[in-house]
Design a protein around this ligand. Structure first.
Ligand code: NAD
Length: 646
């Protein structure tokens, strides 16, 4: 079957693209469109062309199977020019997403008509490159420089209504896109046509604009190259003529495409896909989830409930007593109040979501739930009591999940009737925001239940990764090694702020010590104390010394650093230097790069152990965990990728 077909609506030709699943711009489609331009130009009965796509989306971007391979003609920039230069005007009819090359094709068209549910965008910077087919040159001519800078340097798509307000699309329609677009084209033919984008003038921004943008973007990008390079292309588009700007964009695109950062970002792109669609579960059918339960409405339970509500699931929240139920519901309300206050959600949407959560003290309310997630205190006795109740009340096929961070899920599941429906679903705080979801089956867990964990993850917009059982699963186990290794550097005489600075320079938002100060040192301390009380040999950490001296982090006015009242800026602390002086035995002099390489190397070594034990199914899963759960810079590709032998 052809990827491009032509139908007629009188003097208007309707060109339909059909290249499932997402109408990606592979060579066949490029060639098909190229040939269509010629065929329709040669047909005197055609006055205009509507370009529309079959399936769930407009052209959603490049063909990922061509990533990293030498480009094959017709090249996309030429195709966009070819469409723009056609003798008959083309009209893009957009549904789903017009992304990257898809939006560039739409910009080659004389008009863009979008369905109200559609979105458009230029996400290339997310792959470490810049748009390669005039995205940086045509967008400022279409929507002005400011909108173009936002669209191109953020990589974030915009919804149809906003796209129309910015001038990225000409009309937003509802109902039948094909007939709306044909009607639009017919009406447009009665009026003089606008100039093609390549011939439109581009406005010059006010003084200081580029410098301000550069500053803001470098701060945000933290070492990521593509956003700044995209800005340089946009500047060129304003300051040079069209063809020079195109040449500049092309050169930048080609250079970045073979860069280490682009390789890393492509790796992450494929790693996320591989993590979320595990081949070993291909035959397992996920169970339906229509009603969810959450036990425990503290930090995690409330966040998990919000994540479920946001995905459209009604939630029953069970707590210990009436007061705790009220507190749990208030925790959930607070999240929505915050979202409304920040303008991220309308009050109506917030009210709608809140209307389907009920708080209960009686487990009987969970009798009809398809899935229950436990998020009570991290104590084996408490959790076991909860699952004993769940085992009694819930339907035998209901999925029962624990959000434990460190306890052994096998011990939690002990004695549970139908243990094949038990699973660990490890969310990260704040659970409604953080993308990572570790999925931890026990030996008895049925494949359909593991598949349900993955399906739930996708439903909640998370990145699910399967992890095996060990202390801390994948992520917290590497975190422990990372922190211990950072402490080891301090013992060797490397300054605390030098370590944090090095990890920031590497691309983390925060170094290991300032992050602990923010989250509090006491949780990990209590955990170590618990292990010690249980007879385990847990060596004294530097963190233990600080907590014993009352330094639990920002909340106590100091941890690894001092903090002035009401100020979150970490200040190196003489008190800490004194407390730790007897522990420091060297005067190591390490460069910023050496520090980062050493700590990332330690993470990767732990990762290798995790892999060899089968706790992670593939090295790329470890990278996904670190990126989505622990702030590892995406453009470095994760610890396993960053330390791979090249
Ligand atoms: P939390 O103390 O904020 O909340 C625990 C809640 O459970 C409290 O509201 C408490 O009233 C309730 N609870 C206790 N016993 C109960 C029972 N028998 N029935 C019903 N409710 C009960 O704790 P948290 O930080 O939300 O952690 C909950 C779980 O999530 C723990 O297992 C923890 O290890 C795990 N976890 C925490 C984080 C984190 O960053 N806080 C991250 C991932 C996982």
């Amino acid at each position: 079957m052809s990827v491009v077909t032509i139908a007629r609506e009188g003097e208007i030709a309707v060109v339909a693209v059909n290249n499932p699943p997402v109408n990606a711009l592979g060579q066949m489609l490029r060639q098909g469109l190229w040939d269509t331009v010629g065929a329709l130009d040669a047909d005197p009965s055609v006055r205009a062309v509507v370009l529309i796509c079959e399936g769930r989306t407009f052209i959603a971007g490049a063909d990922v199977t061509e990533f990293g391979k030498p480009p094959v003609p017709p090249h996309l920039p030429d195709l966009v020019d070819h469409i723009e230069g056609a003798a008959k005007p083309w009209f893009a009819a957009i549904h789903g997403s017009a992304l990257g090359g898809g939006f560039e094709i739409a910009m080659g068209c004389r008009f863009r008509i979008a369905l109200d549910s559609a979105s458009v965008g230029l996400p290339e910077v997310g792959l470490g490159i810049v748009p390669g087919a005039s995205g940086t040159v045509r967008t400022p001519r279409l929507a002005g420089v400011e909108a173009a800078v936002d669209l191109v340097t953020s990589g974030k798509p915009v919804k149809a209504a906003k796209a129309a307000a910015l001038g990225l699309v000409d009309a937003v329609v509802m109902g039948d896109l094909r007939s709306e677009a044909v009607a639009f084209a017919r009406a447009a033919l009665g009026r003089p046509l606008p100039l093609p984008l390549s011939r439109r003038p581009v406005e010059t921004p006010g003084p200081g604009f580029w410098e301000r943008q550069e500053k803001a973007i470098s701060k945000r990008a933290r070492g990521e190259a593509a956003p700044l390079r995209a800005l340089a292309c946009l500047r060129k588009a304003v300051e040079a003529d069209f063809s020079d700007a195109m040449a500049f964009e092309r050169a930048t695109f080609l250079e970045l495409r073979s860069s280490e950062q682009a390789a890393a970002l492509r790796h992450v792109f494929f790693a996320e896909r591989a993590a979320g669609r595990p081949s070993h579960l291909a035959a397992a059918e996920p169970l339906p989830i229509r009603l969810a339960g959450v036990v425990g409405g503290g930090t995690m339970g409330a966040g998990i409930a919000v994540a479920l509500l946001d995905a459209g699931l009604p939630v029953v929240l069970v707590e210990r007593d009436g007061e705790a139920v009220e507190r749990g519901l208030a925790n959930i309300r607070n999240v929505y109040d915050g979202a409304v206050k920040r303008g991220r959600m309308t009050p109506d949407t917030a009210a709608e979501r809140l209307s389907v959560v009920t708080g209960k003290t009686d487990y009987a309310a969970l009798a009809d739930a398809d899935l229950v997630i436990e998020a009570v205190f991290e104590e084996i006795g408490v959790k076991r009591a909860v699952f004993a109740e769940l085992g009694r009340i819930c339907r035998p096929e209901a999925v029962l999940a624990t959000n434990t961070s460190y306890l052994d899920p096998r011990l939690i599941a002990e004695g549970l009737p139908n243990p094949e429906r038990f699973i660990g679903l490890h969310f990260f705080s704040p659970a409604n925001v953080m993308k990572l979801l570790e999925i931890v089956p026990v030996p008895e867990t049925a494949p359909a239940v593991v598949a349900t964990g993955f399906a739930l993850g996708r439903m909640l917009g998370k990145i699910p990764v399967q992890a095996g059982i060990c202390e801390g699963f994948i992520g917290n186990r590497i975190l422990k090694r990372y922190r211990a290794s950072a402490e080891a550097l301090v013992r060797q005489g490397v300054a605390i702020d030098a370590i944090d600075g090095a990890m920031r320079a590497y691309g983390f938002a925060m170094g290991p010590f300032e992050a602990q100060d923010l989250g509090g040192l006491d949780i990990a301390f209590l955990q170590r104390e618990g292990a010690r009380a249980a007879g385990q040999d847990v060596p004294e950490t530097l963190g233990d010394i600080l907590v014993r001296a009352g330094r639990k982090g920002q909340k106590t006015g100091g941890g690894w650093y001092d903090y002035a009242l009401g100020d979150r800026t970490p200040q190196p602390s003489t008190a800490v230097a004194e407390l730790l002086s007897s522990q420091i035995s060297g005067e190591a002099d390490m460069s910023v790069v050496e520090i980062a390489e050493s700590l990332v190397g330690e993470m990767a070594e732990e990762g290798a152990a995790i892999l060899s034990e089968g706790v992670a199914r593939q090295a790329s899963d470890i990278d996904v965990v670190e990126i989505h759960g622990y702030g590892f810079p995406r453009w470095r590709g994760g610890p396993m990728f960053a330390t791979r032998s090249k």
